[in-house]
Ligand binder design. Structure first.
Ligand code: G3P
Ligand code: MG
Length: 248
């Protein structure tokens, strides 16, 4: 049975309206009627799985330097809201566990992107999967994705029956199709900005579902949908939802 995915997945929660990868960003998506969210998972120095995108703290927190060198206790001293807007000042970087609790409470689906700091591809997947396996039991509403094939391979070994997605960067690696076959992924998640009809068709030939990131412009979504893209990651999922899929 193919994984039943929604047409629109909130990117980093709903990062156009709330600071990315925060609990508020998940709640905002839920309040808009968005069915699934995508969040990025990495590890602190002491191996706590947290929701965070960059390798460094500087862009989205009042801290500095690599997150991989911070303990969880250190991270909790930081705030990750005021870079976005003063009204969000004081927000904390959530743990994976806290985020999943909110996703479950709000009845949503989850795309967990394993986004390891360099060298932690296996560890990050192990810690995240270990935790998730204790608190998540809905196979139909979970997609584990990564740019890193080692992380996906670890997910395959640890939780083979959970759906996986291979994320491709703008420049596709030559062996993308072999990787997708070997990792037995359900989806291939492509960068929407430079995609060709031939590339979409190549994925369709493999009978994989196609998700495109990051799409905020309804016209772009319509074109991609016409090519055969199944769903979109969007920072402003309500905009696509209303204009493309006529949901009000
Ligand atoms: O998973 C899709 C997308 O989130 C990948 O790019 O950098 O936003 O994590 P990024
Ligand atoms: Mg991501």
């Amino acid at each position: 049975m193919p994984l039943k995915l929604p047409k629109i997945i909130g990117h980093r929660g709903t990062c156009a309206y709330a600071p990315e990868n925060t609990l508020e960003s998940i709640h905002t998506a839920a309040d808009m009627g968005i069915e699934w969210v995508e969040l990025d998972v990495k590890l602190t120095k002491d191996e706590v799985a947290v929701i965070f995108h960059d390798d460094d703290l500087d862009r989205t927190t009042n801290g500095h330097g690599p997150i991989a060198q911070m303990t969880y206790e250190d991270l909790r001293q930081l705030e990750c809201g005021s870079w976005f807007a003063e009204s969000f000042a004081g927000l904390k970087i959530p743990t994976l566990e806290e985020a999943v609790e909110v996703i479950i409470e709000r009845g949503m689906g989850f795309n967990m992107e394993i986004k390891p700091c360099p060298g932690r591809e296996k560890d990050t997947a192990e810690v995240a999967l270990d935790l998730l396996s204790q608190i998540w039991d809905d196979h139909d509403r979970l997609l584990i994705s990564s740019f890193q094939h080692v992380s996906l391979e670890t997910a395959m070994d640890m939780a083979g029956d959970w759906s996986r997605g291979l994320i491709l960067p703008k420049e596709w690696p030559e062996n993308w199709a072999e990787l997708a076959q070997y990792l037995e992924v359900s989806t291939i998640n492509i960068n929407a900005s430079e995609i060709t009809r031939e590339q979409v068709e190549a994925i369709m030939d493999m009978e994989k579902q196609i998700l495109a990131y990051t799409v905020n412009d309804p016209d772009q979504a319509r074109i991609l949908q016409g090519l055969g893209v199944d769903g979109f990651f969007s920072d402003a999922p309500d905009v696509l939802q209303e204009s493309i899929f006529m949901v009000h």
